[in-house]
Design a protein around this ligand. Sequence first.
Ligand code: NAD
Length: 224
Amino acid sequence: MNDTDRIKKPESTIPVQTLRRIPYYHQILSDLEQKGERFVSSKYLAHFFRVDDTQVRKDVSVIGYKGKPKSGYSVSGLKQAIGDFLGINTENTAILIGAGKLGSALVEYPGLNEYGLKTVAVFDKDPKKLDRKIGAFTVQPLEKLAEIVQSFDVGIAIITVPKEAAQAICDLVVKQNIKAIWNFAPTQLSAPADVTIRNENMAVGLALLSHYLKKRTAESAIFS
Ligand code: NAD
């Protein structure tokens, strides 16, 4: 990126809605890049989020990037700036624990590489699963976890074990000094304050969708 494209350093307090939109801008820009588009307007980006183009320009200024007045934002320049802001332009090494249905699907999903995630090992406790192949990985016993975390300098642990086992796995990876956990088990994990936990739960998304649907039905019942 051209240095003159940078307008200011990212701000320390960023509105939550802006933070939520930023990864989606990245996704849209990737699609545009694949189609060979070189520039994108704030108006085009705005229509995906039902916000106006002023909001998009505010969002983009938060990450410290400026468009060219006439031609809009450079697709590759803005994508690079967002990637730098999110920390996905540099590789993050990960391990996955729980080589079941979800764990296997995640390991075999190539889309995560685009976000800088490099899985280096897969673990399970089931003796029947050990030594089996999942994608490029041979499933390994938990006894190997410490050695692998150290040799690959692992930064992220992906937890895809049943909820009853998740806290013990969380404790195990925290003990190995892993500071980021991507938790798919439907349970709240406890960890020291310097460990970031991202909970992923499709059912929560569905519950929110149901809530909006219910609200909308109630509103239309009131106003119709
Ligand atoms: P699964 O039974 O197919 O896989 C779980 C795997 O974890 C098995 O291979 C099992 O041997 C292993 N395991 C169990 N205890 C372990 C331990 N202590 N250490 C290491 N490995 C252990 O289940 P699944 O359908 O793949 O679901 C996995 C988890 O993801 C569950 O907690 C499930 O509720 C959750 N899930 C979340 C979402 C979501 O939206 N986030 C969607 C589907 C499933």
